[in-house]
Design a protein around this ligand. Structure first.
Ligand SMILES: Nc1ncnc2c1ncn2[C@@H]1O[C@H](COP(=O)(O)OP(=O)(O)O)[C@@H](O)[C@H]1O
Ligand SMILES: Cc1ncsc1CCOP(=O)(O)O
Ligand SMILES: [Mg+2]
Length: 281
């Protein structure tokens, strides 16, 4: 068995970058419509990230519009960042309809461990079968343990690697692909674990980069819904590459934000193939 896995691993690793390029090309060709029910802080960066990648964002969150609009979306991104009781029914309605229609949807459990209301809302949404859950280390640990955390709020007090076991157990329990962002982004279905090693630390100094990459994951899953783990790893690696390219031109967080968006728009095959770092962990 060991000989088999040692033989197959390099082939698996070599496949990642071309696969990520193939998915980005598909995304640019198909321009999937991504419905985003997201927090006020993230709306601008999220929409611009989706547009620069080639997708079509729509920040449509009113419960009255879900029956008409959600069936047209190719995927849905649900983010609880600025949660209040009157938003939760729309999130649940969109999640329920997406699941019924077989449309992929992705959950961002922002600050899941910050309050009982937020944690319970996230747990209810997890029970509604998201295809992917993407959070930072502290969020995935809180969700996996279903307990409030010693939390800084929306920022993580944990490294992504600290959340490895939590991510695996959440993936097994929920049936979702679970992604933990950080210096190394971890992506797991509960058995396979993949690491995306792109990105720069300064990305943490721009608000809503986590929210934006979750929406990017939704766009990638829209073009390859049957391979959500591969789509998620590709999105995280490509967003990280955009951060790396952007950092070469940036003077600080504000200019990185601008250059990251420009770089995501301009990523070509040669750059992606030479920079993507996705490995089995
Ligand atoms: N130390 C780091 N080095 C490189 N990239 C990072 C680092 N920390 C976060 N990132 C990247 O920044 C983006 C946002 O991640 P993160 O800050 O963990 O999310 P959140 O904003 O939800 O807390 C992700 O694309 C992630 O890969
Ligand atoms: C600052 C803040 N407060 C509520 S939501 C939000 C944005 C969080 O964005 P991210 O999770 O990407 O850091
Ligand atoms: Mg976040």
């Amino acid at each position: 068995m060991r000989a088999l896995s040692m033989e197959s691993e390099p082939i698996f690793q070599q496949d990642w970058a071309p696969r990520a390029w193939n998915l980005l090309s598909k995304l640019r060709d198909q321009s999937p419509l991504v419905q985003c029910i997201t927090n006020f802080v993230s709306m601008d960066l999220m929409a611009n990230t989706l547009l620069s990648a080639g997708a079509s964002p729509a920040m449509i969150h009113s419960i009255e519009e879900i029956p008409d609009f959600t069936p047209h979306a190719h995927s849905i991104c649900i983010n609880v960042g600025t949660l209040s009781p009157n938003w939760l029914p729309a999130m649940k309605a969109a999640a329920k309809l997406a699941t019924k229609l077989g449309k992929p949807w992705v959950l961002d459990p922002v600050a899941a461990g910050a309050s009982g209301f937020r944690l319970n809302a996230c747990l209810e949404l997890v029970g509604m079968k998201p295809n992917v859950i993407r959070g930072n280390g502290s969020e995935i640990i809180a969700l996996s343990k279903a307990s409030l955390g010693v939390s800084k709020g929306v920022d993580s007090s944990h490294e992504s690697m600290d959340a490895m076991e939590a991510a695996k157990s959440l993936a097994k329990a929920s049936g979702a692909i679970v992604a933990v962002s950080g210096a190394v982004d971890i992506i797991t279905d509960g058995n396979r674990v993949v690491g995306a090693h792109n990105g720069v630390p300064m990305m943490q100094k721009i608000t809503a980069t986590g929210c934006a990459v979750t929406a990017l994951i939704a766009a990638f899953v829209a073009v390859d819904p049957l391979h959500a783990l591969e789509a998620t790893a590709s999105a995280l690696s490509i967003f990280g590459i955009a951060g790396e390219l952007g950092m070469d031109m940036a003077k600080g967080p504000a200019s990185l934000r601008m250059h990251l968006i420009d770089s995501l728009y301009g990523i070509d095959q040669a750059v992606l193939l030479s920079r993507a770092k996705i490995t089995t962990l």
